[in-house]
Design a protein around this ligand. Structure first.
Ligand code: ZN
Ligand code: ZN
Length: 155
């Protein structure tokens, strides 16, 4: 029986998380993985209990929505909140992370970044990742592979 690959499995989780995004500008999801186990997930949205972009509109400063916390940051902060180590972990993201998130990823000890879509890939971020020895790999997510697995014989 065919099985979904780890890369597609974790990437699917990030895309599922992105469906919970509350910002109308871009829906992003991030999954932190350690030893092939999902330890945290996040999507871009407001502070817990705060007003949502989908209800009140985005709060745009310098062409960025500042109302939301980014998906990667939310996933890392979930680990901080519950005391889960991120050292040596990996992160699967729907979009290439912004510069701030890239720095947070490096500083949290995450050793690999897998992204499905290019998104303003900052050259300084790539430089920082290389300096820090963080693996960066483009892992395109094939959403059409999911129904194939769901409808496979015997499932
Ligand atoms: Zn927004
Ligand atoms: Zn970010």
């Amino acid at each position: 029986m065919e099985r979904i690959t780890w890369d597609q499995y974790f990437m699917a989780q990030s895309h599922l998380l992105a469906l919970r995004s509350t910002c109308t500008r871009l829906a992003v999801g991030a999954t932190i993985v350690r030893d092939k186990r999902i330890i945290a997930g996040g999507y871009n949205g407001s502070i817990a209990g705060g007003a949502h972009c989908i209800d009140e509109g985005c709060y745009v400063i310098d062409n960025h929505c500042v109302r939301t916390i980014h998906a990667e940051m939310n996933a890392i902060l979930q680990c901080a909140k519950f005391g889960v180590p991120t050292e040596g972990a990996e992160i699967y993201v729907t979009h290439f992370p912004c510069l701030q998130c890239c720095k947070a990823i490096i500083q949290s000890g995450i050793k690999a970044v897998y992204y499905a879509n290019d998104y303003k890939n900052h050259p300084f971020a790539l430089q920082l990742f290389e300096q820090a020895g963080v693996t960066v790999k483009h892992v395109p997510f094939d959403v059409n592979s999911i129904p194939t697995f769901l409808h496979a014989k015997g499932r």
